[in-house]
Design a protein. Structure first.
Lengths: 307, 272
């Protein structure tokens, strides 16, 4: 296992009496994607803002390539790329000029900048728009330009804050491909998203943040298995034995994670599923593997008791 | 970050990178950007200078008679040296910060917040310098036509004096940029401070306060010092104490206002 290029230990941030991030640890290695998950207000954004130096942590330390961020701030900022959720493109410049002007905010200067910009325009399929204003770009291409801009200086770590929010399914898949490509090139990527399928597919490791604390971490399947178990039983709204099934599952320690449009969703272990099948032979229900949606909802409803 | 490092950021490449960005945008639109500063002094000199000259017969400046148009021409330099950076740092900076999210993009790089603020200050002062250069050309033209009578050689120095005062004014304006909730609220710094300062700084008419406190207040006003320095040079070829006054008052404004602007902007933009 390679050493983490990004490591944070005991990150804590308070605003007044409110602890927004509470002794959070995380790390990310080259060529991997770390997915940061959490509901609104969980502390993801504050964590990111500390990681890219917008706000200082009250406690804890951040290391880039083993060097403490607070002691090597300029060097560290040279090695990170930030693609914020908001569109912060410079609309006073053309698409290509956005890459050139952004590169001018880094020292040492980007080597062979002309070629680097041409390569990025080509790779992100922005060449036809190179001399156009970003105003002409669709949402998907704006996002492409934002990502291209954030790596123009060839960083080692890339922060992608909800990179596909607001994009249509096709544009989302395009961005996934780009992220996958950047990971293959050895970039360490920290990704936040509200799309569970995106987090599950793209992340090599997940860190679920709840109320400022890291409550679950690990590979996506392991995280889900650890938190929820093997299966999710779905009992439809019209099932006559629904209440009886729910009561029985509760007696076995299984907690429904959600009721969606009257449909009951309960994560269960393999053993409970076998018993359930034997006991309620005439009832109708479905079984599927648990996914991050279940985890996310469970986390929100059960107040983060997964750690 | 200490006050010293915040102030020293003016010499950092990051501040100059931000300044370069603003300058590049200006150069893309310079044709439209230079017309208003060229027309404004023409209108002022014709309307106030020539128009009022008939009514204001005896205007004495440091013991020397000057006609009103000549008096106003120096005032126009101060007016431009104040107005251009003040409004640039109020409106243009606010648009870049709030609407265009330009600052957010820049801050996601190696550039730190003090450099963003310094970039705005330097750019606003440079805009003032550019506009004073244009005004100086117009004054030179009016001098050639005999409408005003100035020692034209000193006009070369006006943009540099304007840069000093402009930096001070811009740092002051950025405090408001950092705190106004919405762009509509810019009316307050414009009408409560902008207009009064541009009028009571010996720009268009002389003010000689008898009250010591008011007199002291005028001395620390860089716009007043710029007006008097410009007038001293253009009329008499001697700035008197006002060149030193301009330097001192500009620094007196620039240092605390920049520190405060950085502090308030940090709270607004970075939330810390």
């Amino acid at each position: 296992m390679t050493t983490a290029i990004l490591e944070a230990r005991g990150l804590t941030k308070k605003y007044g009496d409110r602890v927004v991030v509470d002794h959070l640890d995380l790390s990310c290695r080259r060529g991997t994607v770390l997915g940061l998950l959490g509901s609104n207000g969980a502390g993801k954004t504050t964590t990111l803002r500390m990681l890219y130096g917008f706000v200082p942590p009250d406690e804890g330390a951040i290391f880039y390539a083993g060097k403490r961020f607070s002691d090597h701030r300029s060097e560290a900022k040279r090695s990170i790329g930030v693609c914020t959720q908001d569109d912060s493109l410079d609309y006073d410049f053309t698409v290509a000029q956005n890459l050139f002007i952004y590169a001018s905010y880094f020292r040492p200067r980007v080597e062979s900048l002309e070629r680097r910009v041409a390569d990025l325009l080509d790779r992100f399929e922005l060449t036809p728009y190179a001399d156009a204003s970003p105003y002409v770009l669709s949402g998907g291409f704006v996002r492409r330009l934002l990502i291209a801009r954030s790596i123009v200086h060839q960083p080692s770590v890339l922060f992608l804050d909800e990179p596909t929010t607001g994009l249509d399914p096709s544009a989302r898949l395009d961005v996934w491909e780009l992220i996958d490509g950047m990971r293959a090139e050895g970039l360490a990527i920290v990704l936040t998203t509200h799309y569970m399928d995106e987090a599950e597919r793209l992340s090599d490791e997940l860190l679920v943040i709840h109320q400022g604390r890291g409550v679950v971490r690990g590979e996506p399947h392991r995280v889900i298995d650890t938190a929820l178990g093997d299966h999710v039983v779905i009992v439809p709204r019209g099932e006559p034995a629904r209440q009886e099934i729910e009561a029985w599952l509760r007696s076995k320690g299984a907690q429904p994670v959600a009721t969606v449009l009257g449909e009951l969703r309960v994560p269960v272990s393999k053993e409970i599923l076998i018993e359930l099948t034997a006991r309620f032979k005439d009832a109708t229900w479905q079984v599927r593997p648990p996914n991050l949606d279940d985890l996310f909802i469970a986390l929100a409803r059960q107040n983060g008791r997964f750690a | 970050m200490t006050a010293w490092t915040t102030l020293m950021a003016v010499f950092d490449w990051r501040s100059w990178a931000v300044l370069r960005r603003h300058a590049l945008v200006f150069l893309r639109n310079w044709r439209t950007a230079v017309i208003p500063p060229a027309m404004e002094p023409v209108i002022f000199l014709v309307a106030f200078g020539i128009g009022f000259s008939g009514y204001v017969e005896d205007l004495s400046y440091r013991g020397t008679h000057v006609d009103y148009a000549t008096y106003v021409s120096a005032g126009l330099i101060a007016y431009t040296g104040f107005g251009t950076p003040y409004y640039e740092a109020l409106y243009s900076a606010y648009v870049r910060m709030f609407y265009q999210k330009t600052w957010d993009g820049i801050l996601a790089t190696q550039v730190e917040l003090p450099s963003v603020v310094w970039g705005e200050i330097l750019w606003a002062a440079l805009r003032g310098m550019v506009n004073i250069s244009i005004v100086s050309v117009v004054i030179l033209l009016f001098d050639f036509l005999g409408v005003v009578e100035v020692q034209a050689g000193w006009l070369v120095f006006m943009p540099f004096f304007g840069f000093l005062a402009g930096a001070a004014v811009a740092s002051f304006a950025l405090i408001f940029t950092a705190i106004v909730p919405a762009i509509d609220h810019m009316n307050y710094p414009v009408f409560l401070i902008g207009w009064p300062v541009s009028l009571v700084s010996n720009t268009f008419f002389p003010i000689e306060p008898q009250n010591e406190a008011l007199w002291a207040l005028m001395q620390i006003n860089p716009v007043y010092q710029l007006a008097e320095c410009a007038r001293g040079l253009l009329v008499l070829g001697n700035p008197g104490t006002h060149l030193a006054g301009l330097c001192a008052s500009s620094v007196l404004f620039l240092v605390p206002c920049t520190l405060l602007a950085v502090r308030l902007t940090r709270r607004r933009v970075l939330g810390s």
